[in-house]
Design a protein around this ligand. Structure first.
Ligand code: NDP
Length: 681
């Protein structure tokens, strides 16, 4: 008998007392492993996540969590062959496995680097700017995101056992949440191996990842108001979860990614000899055959102008005829097996349903030829293309989760968009067009119904990641039938797991709460210029207030000549006088900013290493010759970089004129050494 998969629960590997259910190799029908969660104490898992995992993750800053994700990604990358060897048993070719395994590891890398670049080295994230709430400037509001003291449960589909887990783990971990993974039983042996690699590495804090192998049992019964469930799978199961009392009334947040009848549209501008025609055909064939069409993002509906239908079908048939189907261990096989015989039965039933209003135009519903493999033991299925009859409804309702697509014809863009919308909300749509007007009207028509839209043409084709690839930096999810959930999307995916709170307080206390200097809070001036202080010595609120400097006509003329910026408002008195905003010559905004730098810098070599930019620069009041400007520079935020001898310092800069009016406001971004031994004087 093969191995019984274990769950990783409350700090140890748990083995059920019964024999478990067999899990079969998708291509050979041999038993790979057994699965059971009988006797598993799910309540203890939830407690352990909250009492051990959560506090451990939340004690780390975003940057520390990001660093662990990177270490984990490297660890898995070095051991990915182990995962490849098991993945073949799910029916996956090595191309399919790359999407699952390498795609999952890539997501960890991506979140790690985004975490460092876009989140502070802190445990609180500021959302938007300061809202002034009182005229005197003593009362202000700031939105913040904090970690929830709950657990992130993920319930995953069978098709991406590794990616599906890691793409949910990475943002939840960055958000400070422990995770309990419940993989789909069918392919749980691969998810279990990946979890074992992670647990054995000891990289993630104990309790931050647990595995439930087998049926979910009463897991949802144990969840409460700070917990969340991210589900991927069938609309049927999503419905059961949505009706769970803890979701309905108990405050458990449920995110769903379920059935999606994604479409790809051939633009009305595209002729058979245009590059976009080929790109369109290739896209459809790729989506039908990668993972044998078992992808939540696969193209189920192929929307083409009526006049192009015959040519599209012919081109699809020509390409699909070359797709070799069989045991994925054979390197000549391009398309492997479905996840199991039961799954194939589901797809066959879906095809039968589709045939009520569509005819098969390519492939054999009873099964075409295999390169190798036995179709009675392995869940093989050859690709099928159907053509919808006029008024067909089934292609907009039935999701064949396999290598099956239906061609639908349209006349005019409005009809194309209307047909796409009949999917009642999908994860992704694509359109092949090189016409800017078609691109705009189709994308704007599709957008309310889709989480992602790909516009494919000759210019982006080479670099395009394709219709079916969710990317860590882009939103994955879709409205309506697709579940209404949203995952990934860079830092958006992290914030989904966190609580946003509006904090109202005085500037000093807001500074204390957020760790970021707030306009109106106390400034600290001292004899030591802040540019002479290393990161270790600098404090939030350290300030330098400069002496004033008068801006002369010569300054403005010189700047215009020197830079070549001879825009009339700086050089032509008569024209400038007619300008309704200025009424005369004004100094260049960049001159003001440059003079301000001259006013605040301390020039000698010191701990300030570089200026790497400015944020939020606004010119508020025009500066005229004779005006006198001064600048106040205040340390706003200090972010040490983990793997460098320096860190980032964000300075609040306010330039004012002789009347105290703000002339320019911005943040100056510098790199400052962590320590500095040089002379302070
Ligand atoms: P299911 O909805 O049956 O299963 C998905 C996950 O939910 C599995 O981990 C499953 O566990 C779990 N689950 C099932 N019942 C419950 C329950 N009552 N409480 C808690 N968890 C539960 O979907 P499948 O993965 O089997 O796929 C079936 C169909 O779903 C596909 O044919 C396809 O149509 C669609 N699908 C859609 C996807 C999408 O993103 N659009 C992705 C994958 C599938 P277990 O495996 O142990 O039963």
């Amino acid at each position: 008998m093969s191995t019984l998969l274990e769950s990783y629960a409350a700090g140890r590997w748990f083995r059920a007392a019964d024999e478990g259910e067999p899990l079969l190799d998708a291509a050979t029908g041999e038993e790979v492993a057994r699965i059971s969660s009988r006797g598993l104490d799910v309540a203890a898992m939830v407690r352990y996540a909250k009492e051990t995992g959560g506090p451990a993750v939340r004690s780390l800053t975003f940057h520390e969590r990001a660093a662990l994700l990177k270490e984990l990604a490297k660890h898995l990358l070095e051991r990915k062959e182990e995962l490849y060897a098991l993945s073949v048993r799910t029916g996956a070719t090595s191309r399919d496995t790359a999407i699952d395994v390498d795609g999952g590891i890539g997501t960890l890398f991506s979140y790690s680097s985004k975490g460092v670049r876009e989140l502070p080295n802190d445990t609180v994230y500021l959302d938007g700017g300061l809202e002034r709430l009182g005229k005197g400037g003593t009362f202000a509001g700031q939105h913040i995101y904090t970690s929830r003291p709950g657990v992130a449960v993920q319930i995953n589909a069978f098709n991406f056992p590794v990616w599906g887990m890691l793409e949910k783990l990475a943002p939840a971990f960055l958000a400070g949440l422990p995770t309990i993974v419940k993989p789909a039983s069918q392919t749980a042996y691969l998810a279990e191996r990946a979890v074992r690699l992670i647990i054995d590495s000891g990289i993630l804090p104990e309790g931050s990842l647990q595995l439930l192998a087998g049926s979910a049992g009463g897991l949802l019964d144990e969840l409460t108001v700070q917990d969340s469930v991210a589900f991927t799978g069938s609309a049927h199961t999503a419905g059961i979860l949505r009706r769970h009392p803890n979701v309905l009334d108990g405050g458990v947040v449920l995110g769903v990614e379920a059935d999606s009848l994604n479409c790809s549209i051939l633009g009305p501008d595209v002729r058979a000899d245009d590059p976009e025609f080929d790109l369109f055909i290739k896209g459809v064939v790729t989506e039908m055959t990668v993972k044998a069409g078992q992808k939540c993002t696969a193209i189920r509906r192929v929307l083409v102008p009526s006049s192009m239908a015959a040519q599209v079908e012919e081109a699809l048939a020509a390409r699909l005829a070359k797709v070799t189907v069989g045991d994925p261990r054979n390197p000549d096989v391009r398309m492997g097996a479905l996840a199991g015989l039961a799954q194939r039965e589901e797809v066959r039933k879906a095809v039968e349903a589709l045939r009520a209003s569509a005819d098969v135009v390519f492939g054999d519903p009873a099964g075409g030829p295999l390169l190798d493999g036995d179709a009675t033991r392995g869940a093989f299925m050859t690709p099928l293309v159907l053509r919808a009859r006029p008024g067909a409804t089934e292609p907009h309702d039935v999701e064949p989760f396999g290598p099956v697509s239906t061609v639908l014809t349209y006349d005019g863009l409005d009809e194309a968009v209307a047909l796409a919308a009949r999917g009642r909300g999908s994860l992704v749509a694509s359109v092949a067009t090189h016409d800017p007007e078609v691109a705009r009207s189709v994308v704007l028509g599709l957008a309310p119904w889709h989480g992602r839209v790909l516009v494919l043409d000759r210019d982006d084709a080479k670099e395009s990641t394709g219709h079916g690839s969710p990317l860590p930096t882009l939103v994955h999810g879709g409205p309506g039938r697709a579940g209404g959930g949203e995952e990934l999307g860079g830092i958006r995916g992290v914030l989904h797991h966190m609580q946003r709170t509006a904090v109202q307080a005085s500037p000093d206390l807001l500074t204390a709460v957020t760790g970021r200097w707030t306009t109106g809070a106390a400034r600290r001036e001292s004899d030591v210029h802040p540019f002479r202080k290393s990161l270790a010595e600098l404090r939030i609120g350290d300030t330098i207030a400069s002496e004033p400097r008068t801006v002369t006509p010569a300054d403005i003329e010189h700047f215009a000549e020197f830079t070549g910026d001879t825009f009339y408002a700086h050089t032509d008195p008569e024209a400038a006088a007619r300008n309704p905003l200025f009424g005369g010559i004004v100094a260049h905004g960049y001159l003001v900013v440059s003079l301000a730098a001259g006013l605040f810098v301390d020039p000698a070599p010191g701990p300030v290493l570089a200026n790497f930019g400015v944020d939020s620069l606004r010119f508020l009041t025009p500066v005229k010759a004779g005006d006198s400007i001064a600048v106040t520079l205040t340390v706003k935020q200090i972010t040490p970089r983990r793997s460098a001898d320096y860190g980032e310092v964000r300075w609040d800069a306010v330039v004012t004129n002789q009347e105290g009016q703000p002339v320019a406001t911005y943040d100056v971004l510098t790199l400052v050494a962590k320590t500095w031994d040089g002379d302070r004087s």
